[in-house]
Write a new protein. Structure first.
Ligand SMILES: [Zn+2]
Length: 399
């Protein structure tokens, strides 16, 4: 049996006036996703359990068959896994954003999309100046760096993602709780050191947002997730994505990760290349997950036209070819679903359960309707515990 899962990140949405009261999934021309829903079935699945923030770290974990209430320890440890940073069970990982704060107000969670070289230089200087044993910095892309702590402090801190507090005063969102004094020392030291740093002098002269300080959040220990092969009995699986978070999850599950030339997290990504890579991977692997970030990014920019175009590209260049490829195997199944809604109207992730569509061997057709949030909600198929969907899919819609 060959399995393919296609994830158009953030594609689900509410109806939009600009689209004649249709959702982007309804307005987009998606003959291949529609075939999946018509030949098979569609329904809703709650990927973000109550009490969790709606984000891909939680939602994709559910989608892949792991209960976030059991396995989600934070966003930073998943990114550490993507970078192959070795972690002992007692080590802590923090996201370490380089941010712009002006007069105690969070202006920019990305410090103007600071370059890798600038961020690395600032963090290297901070690391030298700190003299705090146990802390080690790891460079990521642009503002997305990590801080690993290998020491004895038992943190019990509340932190806040900086992208959730734009234009707000930072005082009430600073780290609180046990161990927060250590984190505040690092943040304060970075503020002193960066204030007159030559990199910031140059950035100010050229009108770019300065790097005011490092902001620590998303902390956790390494999650202890059983390997996918042990849990579901599928021995060979592969992830194709332009996003570190999903590479990290794949590594934790014991999957391979395949790169595609020109694959990005935006609409400029190489859709056709990813479609071909997904088809090729099906020759060698029993399960292939292909994830596209573009619809989510377009939604955060409130750009419904680009969102529509990205959904149509995923349908045409990925879902279509993958369906054709799957039909060359004796037994196969496909699942298409966004991890969570991202609402163009609010520019934020929503909490509505996203629609899924699945088809293939021994999946009987239930209600032949095109794929959409409304049609998925119209049937009685609703999976309340998102992590149960994987079992349902692998068993061909029989639980
Ligand atoms: Zn998003």
């Amino acid at each position: 049996m060959k399995y393919a899962i296609i994830i158009p990140d953030g594609a689900a949405d509410d109806p939009l006036a600009e689209l004649g009261n249709r959702t982007p999934l309804e307005a987009a021309h998606t003959p291949n996703m529609d075939r999946v829903a018509i030949e098979g079935r569609q329904g809703l699945v709650r990927t973000v359990p109550d009490g969790f923030e709606s984000g891909s770290d939680v939602a994709i974990m559910s989608l892949l068959g792991y209960d976030p209430a059991v396995y989600h320890t934070g966003r930073a440890p998943l990114e550490a896994a993507a970078q192959s940073i070795p972690l002992a069970p007692t080590d802590w990982v923090f996201r370490c954003n380089v941010v712009t704060v002006v007069d105690d107000v969070m202006k920019d969670h990305s410090a103007g999309g600071i370059s890798n070289a600038e961020a690395q230089r600032l963090i290297a200087d901070l690391s030298r100046a700190l003299e705090l044993p146990g802390f080690e910095f790891h460079y990521g892309v642009s503002y997305r760096n990590l801080l690993v702590y290998r020491g004895h402090e038992e943190f019990n801190v509340t932190t806040k993602p900086p992208h959730e507090i734009p234009e707000q005063r930072i005082d009430k969102y600073l780290p609180r709780g046990r161990g927060s004094d250590l984190l505040l020392r690092i943040m304060n030291r970075s503020q002193e050191l960066f204030a007159n740093h030559e990199i910031n002098q140059t950035r100010r002269e050229t009108g770019l947002n300065p790097a005011s300080l490092v902001w620590l959040w998303g902390q956790g220990h390494a999650p202890n997730m059983p390997r996918f092969a042990d849990r579901f009995g599928i021995r060979s699986a592969c992830m194709i994505t332009g996003v570190d978070l999903l590479r990290g999850l794949a590594a934790l599950l014991g999957w391979d990760v395949r790169e595609v030339e020109g694959m990005t997290s935006f609409h400029d990504t190489n859709y056709a290349g990813q479609g071909k890579a997904t088809c090729d991977a099906l020759d060698g692997y029993d399960l292939v997950v292909s994830h596209v970030e573009a619809p989510d990014e377009a939604s955060h920019q409130a750009d419904f036209k680009t969102k529509l175009a990205s959904i149509e590209h995923i349908d045409r260049y990925i879902v279509g070819p993958v369906l054709e490829k799957l039909r060359t195997f004796d037994e196969w199944r496909i699942l298409v679903m966004p991890d969570h809604p991202t609402n163009v109207a609010t520019r934020k992730h929503g909490h509505a359960p996203p629609p899924f569509a699945m088809a293939g061997t021994r999946v009987r057709s239930v209600r032949p309707m095109p794929y959409s949030e409304r049609n998925a909600a119209a049937g009685d198929l609703k999976i309340e515990r998102g992590h149960e969907l994987m079992e349902y899919f692998l068993r061909g819609g029989n639980l």
